[in-house]
Ligand binder design. Sequence first.
Ligand SMILES: [Zn+2]
Length: 289
Amino acid sequence: MDVFKISVDTQQFHKITQDNFDQVTKKQAPWYQPINGHQGWFAVCPACDNPIQIIGMLERDAPYGKHFFPTAGAVSVPLKGRTDKEEYEWCPYASKNKHLTKDDRRAAGSELAVLIKQILIEQFDRVIYLLEKTTGMRISFALAKQMLEEYRAAEGWRYRGATRQNIPWVFAYMMQAKRVRGRTFFDKKLTEDLLTRRPDLTCNTNGKIDIKDDTKFCDLSFSFIRHRRHVNQHTLSESIEFNIANSKQETVCKREIIFEHDYFLKLINSKNEASRRMNFVELARSVLA
Ligand SMILES: [Zn+2]
């Protein structure tokens, strides 16, 4: 992996470079710790909260992080004090080729699952903001509520592909198909595509999609499908597909949505409390808590 964090309790992750590592650890233990008579650098995996060792810190090529599981009793496990093999098995940085399905689930009491749910509640207005930005579609209070109820029914926090970094997108992924008619799109390109493919539709000046002939039925629905994750040269990339389909399950329009883990982190660390919409947070709390 190409990112690290310095404790299990934080969501703040950093790119692995010697400068970044020194800056946040000040070269102190337990991050700096000799191992087998050599210098060792330890941190925590941002996705599965297991310890990692930084490999090649002093070499010319870019250093990277590798999950660290010392043989029993040989060295104490830095930072967390213990390891969680099950989370490791499904860590996106470890299970490169493992194909995920929505039915792959964590145990009910999983620590990470509980944390994911808690963060979703506390940051719910930002999750909605981010999804509106990335889909180009307005998410009304009513839609947000439906999505929360479906997330609760699916126990989305237990989905194996859910991490603390991808909360907004996995939240959307748990949603069942919803009708398109009456939704507001502010992505001009997407609206154009949609109206070109479906001349029976129209769009008002606010971007609201409607059907031209009011006596007709609009069969279109949208959903989020195909969660994919891939590690290339230690860098994780994840995506889902924002799909608009007709009643024959034929795709009419689609967009690949690339997860921007950094952007989500920036949003939740933002000190701008004035722009927060606490009614969304209260909504999430009332449905999920
Ligand atoms: Zn991991």
